[in-house]
Structure formats: C-alpha cells, structure tokens
Design a protein around this ligand. Structure first.
Ligand SMILES: [Zn+2]
Length: 258
C-alpha cells in the first residue's frame, strides 16, 4: 500500500513538472458567468452569482495579465481570416440574460474598456429579474454581442427535432425581427449538445455555439463545440479565479501531451 502511495506521489510530481515545463497552450479561454450581484437569492442559484467587487477584481487581474476581450464574432472573423486575433484573447460570456448584466455588469465592464457576449432566453425577456429588449439594444450599440440561449432554456438533446429547431430558430428570429443586429451565437442550455444539433445550427445560420465542456479554444476548435471555464461565486476570492484559469490551461497542456 505504501509503495502504491509512493508511486502515485512520484507520478503526480512528474506530471506536474512536465506540465509546468511545457510551453503555454495556444488556446484562449471563454469564461462562463451568470449573474453579477450581491443579492442573496435561492441558495441553489447563489453559486452562480459573482459579487460586483469580485467581478471588478477579476477584470483588473485579466487586464494586468495582458488579456484583450473579444466577442465570438471577432473569433469567427479570425477563423475566416479577415482579421487576426489579439495576442492574448479572452471571451467573457453571460448566460440566461439576468437584469444585473445591464445594471451592474455593464458599468464594470465598460470601466475596464472590455466587451462580452450575453446569451438570453427570449421567452424570459422583460420578466422581473431579466433583461429587457431595450437593454439588449443598448448593449449591442455599446459593442457587446447578444446571443441566443434558446426560447425556453430546455436541454436541447432531450427534445424532438421539430422542437429543437423551433427553440434555436424562433429565438434568433425574435431578436433579429425586433431590431437587433444578426444573432450568430448560441449557448446550449445546460451545456448539452450533439453533432445533430450542430448541423441544425449551421442550417439555421448560426456561426458558433458554446458548451459547458471545460478547456481552451483555438482557431481549429469546432466553432459549435466551444469550451468554457465556469466562474462561480468564489469562496476564496481572486485566488480561486486564478486557479480556475490555471486549471483550464493545465488540462489544455495535458491534452497536448496525450
Ligand atoms: Zn443557462
């Protein structure tokens, strides 16, 4: 038993050393946020709330590290060769379309000269606690990208084909016909996806989709299977945020080895 423990220890140290020595992975992170608020809500949802002061500290850190925020449209421009990516790109995404994305998150974002992608559930728009259509229009005018999180936030993989298509098509058409710029990106509800959904998204004129899979992305990553780094309410402040970024690059490096 002791020998076994010792072998595990040596293996862990070796793996850590190899990972540390490897060059930085080329991939860039896409962060997945939900609410930016101090409010104490339902404890089950509280893990998704990042307090405003923590959010501001995270953006300070990203800025100090030399990151440039881009949208997923910027990513697609780079994939298609129209313009290069900045040296150290990062994407900030916000799921579900909560009202604080406009009232609390946006001012902090703009104070840092940064941009983001906000994914809305179209049938929730205008309900208490959710963004309004005017909020979306203003956010788009201010350079943020608006994406679809479908009409009703049902896990797409559990639906029949007709309902799947309606969920992605009607949310996009609703936003565009209400006067927004074209909607090009979708966030899979609960992160669930498969290759049939990707095909359908292509047919419905989406260009990208973000999942709940952990990891980094490159220009070669399937644009309908973009990976994200989930940012939860931190229990250990900025250290936890740095750890989550580190973990993503650690696993990206591991994937480079195997
Ligand atoms: Zn969601």
């Amino acid at each position: 038993m002791r020998m076994f423990g010792g072998a595990i220890f040596i293996l862990t140290v070796l793996l850590a050393a190899v990972t540390f020595l490897l060059p930085e992975p080329e991939g860039f992170p896409i962060l997945e946020y939900h609410q930016v608020t101090d409010a104490q809500l339902d404890p089950a949802f509280e893990v998704y709330n990042v307090p405003p002061n923590e959010f501001a500290a995270q953006l300070d850190y990203l800025q100090a590290q030399g990151y440039t925020t881009i949208t997923l449209k910027d990513f697609m421009y780079a994939v298609r060769g129209y313009r290069p990516l900045p040296e150290k790109p990062i994407v900030l995404t916000f799921d579900d379309g909560y009202a604080d994305n406009y009232t609390t998150m946006l001012p902090i974002l703009e104070a840092h000269n940064m941009t983001a992608v906000v994914y809305v559930i179209t049938n929730e728009l205008g309900k208490p606690g959710y963004l309004t259509f005017d909020n979306l229009k203003d956010m788009q005018r201010r350079g943020l990208e608006i994406g679809s999180h479908t009409s009703d936030h049902l896990p797409l993989t559990s639906l029949n084909k007709i309902t799947q298509r309606r969920q992605m098509r009607e949310s996009k058409i609703f936003l565009e016909w209400s006067g927004l710029e074209p909607i090009c990106s979708l966030s899979y509800p609960n992160g669930e996806f498969n290759s049939e959904l990707e095909e359908m998204l292509r047919e419905e004129n989406y260009l990208t989709a973000v999942t709940g899979e952990a990891g980094l992305n490159t220009l070669q990553t399937n644009p309908f299977e973009l990976r994200r780094v989930h940012i939860r309410k931190p229990r250990f402040g900025l250290t936890e945020f740095k750890f989550r970024l580190f973990k993503a690059s650690f696993f990206a490096k591991l994937k480079n080895i195997f």
